[in-house]
Design a protein around this ligand. Structure first.
Ligand code: PLP
Length: 425
């Protein structure tokens, strides 16, 4: 048996299901990683993979980016945790505010889920209202308000997707279809108690689903007309699709923004930012409580500072390279699958793409669910066998990084060719 297989058997005995986050599991067992560098990741059996999981999008600049290692190691020599304010927190906040014009003030925290939890509490504290609207299939972390699916009937009240999750909480989350502005409008008309609308401006947790032409601008218009704070969950899109995230890319200003994954290129940090009058509600000055021991820790802050500086310095070159590589990959995949007569859709934008095995356009939760996930599993496993690691689920996304090279792309296309053939069988 492989080393990974042996380690998994041991791991299962001490870690529930052998993994520390559910999506990491796949059949028959996940590989155990030894190291990573640039665009590659190595397992304990010395197999090398081209990495397109990239920390679920966090590693925009690739593994072990030299600028980031340099600033983190310099911080390491000065200490890892102070729990007092530091000048570098000001520097990072200014960088975030500089990239995101909708953000007047920013509070740092640790995970994406913590950021969306705080954003929602802020919206409730600001409006003194109770209900949140989310879109079906959008993922905002693992807490009760957002770990919610659509209930039956037309009331839109959500029900928890997790045992132990309180329906008393999830019923205050109304679930609306992504890309369906009418559904949103009706829901707002029917409910007077809406504290906020939270959305992934590009949906990257049902595979990749793009906002239709006027979806985001209509969403902004309707929420503004009804005085409802709009929360952009840019945990994936922030820094990834543009230096100023989806709001820069689509030219839309939300009231509150959450960011995390690509903020620091692989360290634990997240942020909530927004208008001054909303952000100033946070404690201790305001009455909306939020706190964390590790918030603004100097290691993660130094990584985020150098990450944003690197991004801003490379700006045009970085994003145009990623788009060019993505176009190349997506177009070639489309051609291959078409040649093999495999029913498929490819959704792509900026540095993200996904293939779905279905003949219908994938525009929301249901159309993504209807794609053939079994075929996707086959694709995933054959890719892995051929040295390409993508996130192990149809409902995740293929993430490009700046570390990918033309050689990586050519190898990846060869791997996809074999993988698509295995799907065809
Ligand atoms: C990953 C993700 C989160 C949760 O972030 P964690 O750091 O895993 O808690 C929230 N929103 C979106 C859009 C995400 O992709």
């Amino acid at each position: 048996m492989s080393k990974s297989g042996k380690l998994f058997n041991i791991s299962k005995k001490v870690i529930p299901s052998g993994v520390n986050s559910p999506v990491r599991y796949f059949e028959p067992y996940p590989f155990f990683t030894k190291k990573a560098n640039g665009s590659h990741i190595w397992d304990v059996d010395d197999n090398r993979y081209i990495d397109f999981c990239n920390g679920y999008g966090a590693l925009l600049l690739g593994h072990r980016r030299k600028e980031i290692l340099k600033s983190v190691s310099s911080q390491l020599s000065k200490g890892t945790l102070y729990c007092t304010p530091t000048e570098s927190e000001i520097e990072l906040s200014k960088l975030i505010i500089g990239n995101f014009p909708s953000v007047d003030k920013v509070r740092l925290m640790n995970t994406g889920g913590e950021a969306t939890m705080t954003a929602i509490r802020l919206a409730r504290g600001f409006t003194k209202k109770k209900k949140i609207i989310k879109f079906e299939g959008c993922y905002h972390g693992a807490h009760d308000s957002v770990l919610v699916k659509a209930g039956s009937g037309s009331a839109h009240n959500g029900i928890s997707v997790s045992d132990g999750g309180l329906d008393e909480v999830s019923k205050n989350t109304l679930v609306v279809e992504y890309n369906d502005i009418e559904d949103l409008q009706k829901t707002i008309q029917k409910n007077k108690d809406i504290a906020g609308v939270i959305v992934e401006p590009v949906l990257a947790n049902m595979g990749l689903i793009l906002p239709e032409k006027n979806f985001l601008s209509d969403l902004r218009k309707i929420t503004k007309e009804n005085n409802i704070p709009l929360i952009f969950d840019e945990v994936v899109t922030g820094f990834r699709i543009a230096p100023g995230g989806a709001q820069e890319y689509f030219g839309i200003k939300p009231d509150i923004t959450t960011m995390a994954k690509a903020l620091s290129n692989g360290f634990t940090i997240s942020a909530v930012g927004g208008k001054k009058q909303i952000m100033d509600l946070l404690s201790p000055g305001g009455k909306v409580y939020q706190a964390s021991t590790f918030a603004g820790n100097p290691i993660s802050v130094s990584a985020a500072i150098s990450s944003i500086k690197t991004i801003n310095k490379m700006k045009n070159k970085l994003y145009s390279k990623l788009e060019r590589y993505n176009l190349l990959l997506s177009t070639a995949l489309d051609d291959m699958a078409t040649d093999m007569r495999i029913p498929h859709q490819i959704n792509f934008t900026a540095s993200m793409l996904q293939i779905f095995f279905t003949d219908k356009p994938v525009v929301n939760y249901q159309t993504s669910k209807n794609a053939n996930a079994k075929k996707f599993q086959k694709l995933f496993r054959t890719l892995l066998k051929n040295g390409v690691f993508i996130a192990p689920s149809q409902f995740e996304v293929v993430f490009l990084s700046d570390a990918h090279t033309k050689t990586d792309l050519n190898r990846t296309l060869d791997a996809y060719h074999s993988a698509l053939k295995s799907v065809k069988k």
